[in-house]
Design a protein around this ligand. Sequence first.
Ligand code: NAD
Length: 270
Amino acid sequence: MLLLQDKVALVAGVANHRSIAWGISKALAGAGARLILTAQERVKATVEELAASLPDAIVLQMDVQRDDEIDAAFAEVERRYGGLDILVHSIGYAAAKLEGRYIDTTREGFLLALDISAYSFTALARRAEPLMERRGGGAMLTLTYLGSERVFPNYNVMGVAKAALEASVRYLAWDLGAKNIRVNAISSGPQRTLAARGIADFNLMWEQMKTSAPLRRNVEQDEVGQAALFLCSPMASAITGHILFVDAGYHVMGMSFGPKKASGAEGATD
Ligand code: NAD
């Protein structure tokens, strides 16, 4: 008997084979889960190609800014499977390249980043709740980054969105706990994905892991996938409202040893 035998899992946020959500999809499918991958229209064809390599996976279109698409996707899940056991939210977006000063964030840019990167988890959780209740419980998971609690130059409005997302994890855990629905997040170390390309100096974050993380290395996509499998499985049955760091230990450090100074650090004395 596989760990997630007969479980139905909706994974939102695969864009290509580098996506963190793809690593999670492979781990969940490998443990026996039946997958529903949701994708924005612009990446749907790519996601369909990837899904073809998984047994019993389907792809549904869902832009999280569109309530009609969210409702249609969850209605289709209900029609096909009658319920849902696992929800993975691996979505983030900011209008402009993440660079410069946070103080220059426009109202429009702030609202967009917070809507797509933070509010959407709550929007999906609300639709998933009745489907999980029917199964006697479930597990929800989202993806976050240490930029929610520490300053990473350039990460800016996304750090603020991640702080809101992490607070949502705790409030959702309380709301849904009585129904045996668990809500957690993984705080991943840097990964070379499409979303990461939008962060100026991302390479610096990546390189610094090799000198500053206790494990002296970066994190593999599969390692986040395995941690997600754990959190979504019965092995984590008493864990909720938790932010699990899968970052080679980087978050425990009080000192960093970077290959070069972050931009904006000009004038600092050595
Ligand atoms: P990615 O680009 O592969 O995934 C981001 C996904 O968000 C894409 O599939 C994109 O289609 C989706 N998305 C954006 N706007 C959307 C919308 N309106 N509706 C539906 N989907 C939308 O990049 P990723 O790095 O795998 O990002 C996944 C999550 O992991 C994000 O929340 C990101 O912030 C988080 N994360 C990434 C890193 C990293 O270094 N890459 C580290 C920690 C956390």
